[in-house]
Structure formats: C-alpha cells, structure tokens
Design a protein around this ligand. Structure first.
Ligand SMILES: Nc1ncnc2c1ncn2[C@@H]1O[C@H](COP(=O)(O)OP(=O)(O)OP(=O)(O)O)[C@@H](O)[C@H]1O
Ligand SMILES: [Mg+2]
Length: 341
C-alpha cells in the first residue's frame, strides 16, 4: 500500500526588485542596479496537507487545473523533490528517509520524459542503456529491450534516434521503459499526452492490466477526465495544492448526484436569446454547427426539476429535436467544481 500523510511542499522563488517609485531620474541607475542585485524571496505553496492511500491493485487519479500541484505530488513520491513535511510510506518503507531501500520498485514517467533520452542514440540503444543501469546483462537485457519495443509497437523504429520520432512515438518510447523493470509503484504524469487514440487506448489497457492482474499500485495524473473515469478506482481533486475531494470514484460521483445534465440538439432561431440563456445557466459544452444552425448543448442543472422549464424556454427560442437527461460524467463534475477558478 502507498500511504501519503499531510504532505506539504513550498517552492521558493526570487522575484526582481522593482520599486514602485524612483525618487527622480538622476537616481534611476541606482534603481536599475538594485533590480539586478536585490531580489524578493517568495514562497509558492504547491502542496498543502495532502493525504491519500492507494492499495495494491488500485489506480488513483489525481486531477486539478494547471498549477494545482499534481506533478509536485508525484515528484515528491518519486523521490525527486523533498517535501517540507508529511510522510510517505510504500509498504513498510519510509520513502522520505529510506528511499534508497525501495527505489528499484518505483517508476516515475512524466509527460516530457522522452527529453531524458539520449537524442543521438537509437531507441534500442537508449533502452539498452537503461536496462543495463537496472542491472540486466547480455541476452536478458536484449530480450527485455526487444520486448519493451514490441509492447509499445516501436520495433520498426528501433534504429531511429528519438530526435527523428514524432511526439507520440517519443512518448511511447518513454513509456516503453515501464516494461524493463518490475515496479510495484507506477507514478504516471500525463502519460498519454501526445499519443494517438489507438496507442492511448492500448496503453490504458496495459496499465489497467498491470493494476488488476499484476497487483501494482498506480498513481496517475491526467487532464483527460475520460481516461481517469475509465481507469481509476479512486480520485483526488487538487485545487491550489489543497485536496478538495478524495475518495472512491463512485462515491465522488454520488456527491454530485443532484446535478442533472440536459443534453439537447437545438435548431436556433434567435441567437441573442441563446446567449442570454448562457449567462443564466451552467452550460458545460456548446457547439454550433454553423452551416445547419444546430447547436449541441450540455446544460448542467442543479436538480432535475429545472429540466421542464429549461426545455420550455429552449422550445421558445428554437426547435429541440434531440434531448437526453442523465447524471454527470466525471468531466462534467470537474467542470462544475473548477469553473469558478
Ligand atoms: N521548480 C519550481 N519552482 C517554483 N515553482 C514551481 C516549480 N514547479 C512548480 N512550481 C509551482 O508549483 C505549483 C504547482 O505546480 P505543478 O507543476 O505541481 O502543477 P500541476 O498540477 O502539475 O500543473 P499542470 O497541470 O500544468 O502540469 C504551481 O504554482 C507552479 O508554478
Ligand atoms: Mg503537471
């Protein structure tokens, strides 16, 4: 089990010194020199009291807007950053103080991990280098690498250097190292970023299988809420470094069960009335098919009793010829939670 307790992390940044008031132009050179030498220290609270548990066989999703602390959290667990306070345990090992004892069981892959590969070496040689660092030798290393390339459909690119690969292929190469070792904990930061749909889906199947069939612990940060909904047992919502919701996916969805989604296809006669409606309601998605005058709208309502009134209004300003009323997806819950940021 991975246990994270009250994790806190502040970054220190230094800002330039820009006095609001320079006494007069004769002193402006002094101000300029001070701007170079005197810098203000500022703290950024990237994580504040973050706690969660993730058992073997579980996938935990971390979600939140840009800058909410997802990568910082994964980097703290991966031993790349030292948290200011809090505890991290993987099984009986204290990851903050005894990281070396268990580091071989942890794999961290970030969205731009491919940048850590040697640009001029071939894909094969890059993975071979990693396999050897992991202690594999001779035929065993070769077998591991060929297997990794095969699993991520990179065999035909094995002699290409990463600089000649497309973004998605580079990301596949980054992910391929997952198959080199046999980690217990996988920390994945936006792993499917840049992958085409087919590769992303096969990667999702692969990690679902790692969790369910091989009992691994997987922590996954992603902006793809459909991916999170598809893969994760638990979800942690972060907002400016603070945990705002955490729990089983089904329990989190229950918290928002009052939200009703009204999805309609609307042929609009009066656009200005539609714009008025947009100001009053929480419209998660609207797409105008300009050539047909048809709008596809996903409207989040506070409760299902509003449905009839809204439909009545929509029928006044146009013609509704497709409608569905349903509960919210995780993506819609996310929109509801964060839209005011
Ligand atoms: N090396 C750093 N030095 C200073 N501040 C940093 C550093 N890395 C991140 N931050 C700040 O910490 C906060 C959290 O950043 P983090 O990268 O963890 O967010 P994130 O949720 O992963 O964002 P994204 O969705 O954009 O990847 C942000 O305010 C960010 O500006
Ligand atoms: Mg990030």
């Amino acid at each position: 089990m991975l246990v994270v307790k009250n994790l806190t992390k502040k970054y220190v940044i230094y800002e330039g010194f820009y006095p609001e008031y320079a006494p007069n132009q004769y002193f402006s050179w002094i101000v300029n020199i001070m701007a170079l030498t005197k810098r203000k220290k500022k703290f950024i609270e990237a994580l504040c009291n973050v706690s969660f548990k993730c058992r073997r066989g579980e996938i935990l999703g971390i979600v939140g807007p840009n800058g909410s602390g997802k990568s910082t959290l994964l980097r703290c667990i991966a031993g790349i950053l030292r948290p200011d306070s809090g505890e991290i345990f993987l099984e009986e090992f204290d990851l903050i103080n005894d990281f070396d004892k268990i580091k071989g069981k942890i794999v961290y892959i970030s969205a731009l991990q491919w940048r850590s590969y040697e640009w001029e070496l071939s894909c094969y040689d890059n993975l071979m280098f990693l396999a050897k660092l992991m202690g594999f030798k001779g035929n065993e290393a070769q077998e591991k690498v060929l297997n990794a390339l095969k699993n991520f459909e990179l065999i035909k690119y094995k002699d290409y250097p990463p600089r000649k690969l497309s973004t998605g292929l580079r990301q596949r190469l980054a992910l391929a190292r997952l198959t080199l070792s046999d980690p217990l904990l996988l920390l994945l930061d936006e792993p499917t970023l840049g992958l085409d749909m087919v590769s992303a889906n096969s990667f999702r199947k692969y990690i679902k299988n790692l969790a369910k069939a091989e009992n691994k612990i997987i922590v996954l940060a992603s902006h793809n809420l459909k991916e999170i909904e598809l893969l994760c047992d638990k979800v942690l919502f972060l907002k400016k470094g603070k945990p705002i919701y955490y729990g089983e996916l089904k329990d989190i969805k229950k918290l928002f069960k009052n939200i009703t989604v009204l999805e309609v296809d609307l042929k609009v006669d009066n656009y200005s009335k539609l714009i008025e409606l947009k100001d009053k309601l929480e419209i998660y998605y609207d797409f105008n098919h300009l050539n047909t005058g048809i709008c596809n709208l996903k409207i989040l309502l506070k409760n299902k009793h509003q449905v009839n009134n809204v439909l009545e209004y929509l029928n006044k300003i146009g013609e509704v010829f497709y409608q569905v009323v349903r509960g919210p997806s995780l993506e819609e819950v996310y929109y509801h939670v964060y839209r005011e940021i």
